[in-house]
Design a protein around this ligand. Structure first.
Ligand code: MEV
Length: 440
């Protein structure tokens, strides 16, 4: 394709025209297809268009719900947005099993978020430290109007620390700030505070009479929140007697089954190839809730994986304990989520999700998302150490292939019966349908 200039200034129609001309030989079908995904309400569509840039249409994903997830003795119906077959079904199956065994017990351990100002300053660290001590009250004062409403809600700045990073490179320091952002994810609030700190720091260093002229030189590189929030931590666990696991309809002794689950986690803890897939399974559940509630799944993902690698080796985020005839399956991870502000209040379906969840606080949403992650991981490991993952996947895979071939209700029923004990592949389904259709 040739370079296109001023694309962002094109109207939506012009952008679509450009795509049709450049990539689809001017086909009108494509325009119809693109436009068929526009929302019928103009105001909703305008909102969607304005979430991002260069928007031409909307991209649909399935929105499902998992009922019967018991969390701290309350029942939830959890909205999940995911395109992957079997994810919602696996969570629902686990939720149902654990509902009658006390449900998920979950607890938010901490809720601190972090932001940093990274800068270079060349001098003796103790001199900067004593200057910084005097600067802290001024830093707080300069952001007072910004933090006022957050403080009224019980949040604000929790700590401001100067960190010496000169072992990385001469002159490198940072201001490391901890925040409480209550029910907001808080990215805008944190970044605004940090940028105000950076300006104040630079002005104060440059105007300082305490410093020599050499020491008055400072280079602020950047001010930005950190998506690593190890102190915004939640833990969920389920527990039952090993005997009770037999109610999963096992074809093996429950002791053996529990030990196979323990070994599955052991493998994920010691092998990065397995750990990545194991944690991906956890995020299958968590991301789906994060998306359904209009939260930032990239932030949640990068944080979860950084946390999984905190020991220096990337490990499982979940754990199994077998003690005195009892089986406990747990998950602990940081989750920086919000239930006010941002997309949570702008996306009409995010608003519906929060309504279904009973307008949770951010900590409550952390508990819900972690509990779905736990249910999802239990469902995946349960399949993996028993029948294997393909059995469950194949059914959904079959439905997707049948949709591709525009099958009738009768053909679907016949295909379901035929493939019940066979490997599902695109070709196998095509052949089966060809056979059926030949005689009609
Ligand atoms: C597939 O999306 C997720 C699993 O691979 C997770 C796992 O292996 O634990 C089934």
């Amino acid at each position: 394709m040739k370079e296109v200039t001023s694309f962002s200034k094109f109207s939506k129609k012009q952008k679509i025209d450009f795509l049709i001309k450049t990539f689809f030989n001017g086909s009108f079908d494509i325009r119809e297809r693109i436009e068929s995904f526009w929302h019928k309400s103009e105001s909703f569509q305008r909102a969607f268009d304005e979430f991002s840039e260069n928007t031409i249409t909307n991209f649909f994903l399935p929105y499902g719900v998992v009922p019967n997830l018991m969390i701290n003795n309350d029942l939830y119906c959890v909205p999940m947005v995911t395109e992957e077959s079997s994810v919602v079904a696996a969570s629902a199956k686990s939720a149902k099993f654990w509902m009658t065994r006390g449900g998920v017990k979950t607890k938010v351990i901490s809720t601190a978020k972090v932001g940093q100002v990274h800068f270079f300053w060349y001098g003796q660290t103790p001199r900067l430290e004593s200057f910084f001590k005097g600067l802290v009250p001024e830093l707080k004062k300069c952001v007072a109007p910004l933090v006022h409403s957050m403080e009224k809600r019980g949040g604000g700045i929790k700590s401001i620390e100067l960190v010496d990073k000169t072992s990385i490179e001469k002159g490198l320091f940072q201001i490391h700030v901890k925040f409480e952002t209550c029910d907001a994810m808080g990215a805008n609030f944190i970044n605004s505070v940090l940028e105000a700190f950076a300006t104040k720091l630079k002005e104060s260093v440059e105007a300082s009479t305490f410093f020599t002229s050499e020491e008055r030189k400072i280079d602020v590189i950047m001010s930005i929140l950190s998506n690593y929030t190890p102190e915004c931590l939640v833990r969920s666990e389920v527990s039952c007697s090993i005997e009770d696991l037999d109610h999963l309809g096992l074809s093996m002794d429950p002791e053996v089954y529990a030990d196979r689950l323990r070994k599955a986690v052991l493998i994920a803890n010691s092998d990065v190839y397995r750990a990545t897939t194991h944690n991906k399974g956890i995020m299958n559940g968590i991301d789906a809730v994060v998306l359904a509630t209009g939260n930032d799944f990239r932030a949640v993902e990068s944080c979860a994986h950084a946390y999984a690698a905190r020991s220096g080796q990337y490990r499982s985020l979940s754990d199994v304990k077998i003690e005195d005839g009892s089986f406990t399956f747990s998950l602990e991870l940081p989750l920086a989520l919000g239930t006010v502000g941002g997309l949570t209040s702008l996306h009409p379906l995010a608003k519906i999700s929060l309504e279904i969840l009973g307008q949770p606080s951010a900590p409550k949403l952390m508990e819900i998302a972690a509990s779905i992650g736990l249910a999802q991981n239990f469902g995946a490991l349960n399949s993996l150490v028993t029948s294997g993952i393909q059995k469950g996947h194949m059914k959904m895979h079959l439905f997707n292939i049948l949709n591709h071939f525009n099958t009738s209700e009768d053909e679907r029923e016949k295909a379901k019966a035929f493939f019940v004990d066979k490997v599902v592949s695109h070709n196998a389904v095509k052949e089966f349908l060809n056979g059926l259709r030949k005689y009609h």
